[in-house]
Design a protein around this ligand. Structure first.
Ligand code: F6P
Length: 498
């Protein structure tokens, strides 16, 4: 069922028309409502009280979720009986967070490898060659968990621009560096090109590929054809989508950085979120409630974009991560049966770490005519707890900024004589906080956003698990590069090349 077909949609549209009369500052006076809109999931706290949600809007949103049979669909998804129809496969990434996985031979192989590399003090650097979902998850978690990284240094090569690889290789030494070719399909041009550069670099330095190149993929046969032995391959199943794959062997760079025990805690943090997602009623179900806020803002209040602002330097990659997760999953134009969507799906997701964002685009967020709901994320304790409390002091400033922005957005400030100094306020934000950025909480945070994405997709009635929209551009590029091909625009390529 599309959102436009949901019986609650007409009434929500009527309620949205009256929203100009609703003020967030007044809503915040209702302590019962504020308490109701504060949630906990694992060790994460979510405060949705600064959203333009009246009691009536809330009850119709929940009705809308229930009519779309969201809980049944979530259970089907987790049981592996909800098909990704356009690719004809189930969704299996949830299984990776389940402790039962830890008896599997594939887990033992991974674990043994990680221990071996981390114990080998000769290995100083690991280069992950992957793009999109095969790099953003590990990169985001690795920087968020910097103070837990006690393994080799991890570098991420994603761009096909050769300067990316050469910058990394300039920092690495042959014999002391291993490469992970991280590609679910093992067909991605950027990855295969950078993998070739790695192979060449090893050859130029008289090193054996067998010892230094490892592959993570769901296409084992292609990796073997490329020249990697089976022993050096960590495979995973096709049902794990790239952007949901940090829990799979695709998270190998993260595992090498933080070690097996911490990675297990990362999985545990995600598992607790899944258990909540599967079993809580919609009204207390955090991913469902956050997805309802997405849909309310996007489709009824017509706020076309959504900001992700983490107030923690270590989380600087999180906005990009959520951008891929939500926009590749839900940037769709048709429903599950291929019918054109009457109401659009994913908002545009963008963001930047706080407080940097305050000095770039927050002018737009506070006074621009477009309203951008934002998620403000902050931990209660500094990422690094040090004895001389340097970080504690700086952290206090960070938290004050996070709260200060949420307050400014909600309340604004009247100024009748100087319009350029006027803040209208009434701009929605959600506050997401947790005690400390440790592996467990980062697992929870990432799984929370995954599940918000999935839940929103279910309400929109779309397939959140395919990404056909990225194919056409790839095809045309291939044609442009094929000297014997039939691309009509090939002559134009010369215009841009010297
Ligand atoms: O850009 C599309 C995409 O297929 C993403 O979904 C994926 O995460 C990325 O490319 C990398 O794909 P692969 O892991 O197959 O190299």
């Amino acid at each position: 069922m599309q959102l436009s077909q949901n019986p609650s949609t007409p009434i929500l549209k009527t309620l949205a028309k009256k929203i100009s009369k609703v003020s967030i500052s007044e809503l915040l006076n209702d302590s019962e409502r504020v308490a109701e809109l504060n949630y906990e999931i694992g060790e994460i706290k979510v405060d949705l009280s600064r959203q333009l949600l009246t009691t009536s809007v809330l009850s119709h949103l929940i009705k809308m979720a229930n009519t779309s049979e969201i809980n049944i669909k979530i259970n089907k998804l987790m049981d592996g009986t909800f098909l990704n129809k356009s690719e004809n496969r189930p969704i299996t990434h949830f299984n990776l967070r389940n402790t039962s996985r830890r008896n599997a031979a594939s887990w033992l192989k991974l674990k043994t490898f990680v221990k071996k590399v981390r114990d080998n003090k000769e290995i100083l650097d690991v280069v992950n060659i992957g793009i999109g979902g095969s790099h953003l998850g590990s990169k985001t978690a690795e920087s968020a968990l910097k103070y837990y990284c006690d393994g080799p240094d991890i570098h991420f090569a994603s761009s096909v621009d050769p300067s990316s690889m050469s910058d990394i290789l300039n920092k690495c030494q042959p014999k002391k560096t291993i490469f992970i070719i991280n590609s679910k399909s093992f067909k991605t041009t950027e990855v295969l090109n950078n993998a070739k550069l790695a192979k060449q670099w090893l050859k130029n330095n008289n090193q054996q590929q067998k010892e230094f190149i490892y592959v993570v993929t769901a296409s084992k046969a292609d990796a073997i054809t490329w020249g990697v032995s089976e022993d050096n391959i960590f495979d995973f199943d096709e049902g794990v989508g790239g952007r949901f794959s940090v829990w799979s062997p695709s998270g190998l760079p993260l595992m090498l950085a933080i070690g097996v025990n911490n990675f297990q805690k990362f999985l545990d943090g995600a598992f607790i979120v899944d258990e909540h997602f599967r079993s809580e009623d919609s009204i207390r179900n955090v991913p469902i409630m956050m997805s309802l806020v997405r849909v309310w803002n996007r489709n009824f209040l017509n706020y076309a974009s959504h900001g992700i602002i983490p107030y923690e330097y270590g989380l600087r990659n999180f906005p990009r991560y959520v951008q891929q997760l939500e926009m590749e999953s839900n940037g769709k134009g048709v429903d599950l049966d291929g019918n054109t969507l009457v109401m659009p799906a994913s908002p545009l997701i963008w963001g930047e770490v706080g407080t940097d964002a305050q000095h770039s685009f927050f002018q737009f967020i506070h006074q621009g005519r477009d309203i951008v709901p934002v998620d403000i994320l902050v931990s209660e304790l500094p990422a690094k707890l040090d004895a001389n409390s340097k970080h504690v002091e700086g952290h206090k400033i960070l938290v004050a900024n996070a709260l200060g922005q949420a307050e400014a957005l909600a309340f604004g400030k009247e100024n009748l004589t100087e319009p350029h100094r006027r803040f209208h306020g009434n701009r929605p934000s959600s506050l997401i906080s947790w005690k400390k950025s440790n592996p467990y909480n980062m697992g929870s945070l990432i799984a929370l956003y995954e599940n918000i994405t999935i839940s929103s997709g279910l309400i929109w009635g779309i397939n959140s698990f395919d990404q056909w929209g990225v194919e056409l551009g790839k095809e045309i590029t291939k044609g442009l590069l094929d000297e014997n091909g039939s691309s009509k625009i090939r002559p134009q390529l010369k215009r841009f090349l010297r």
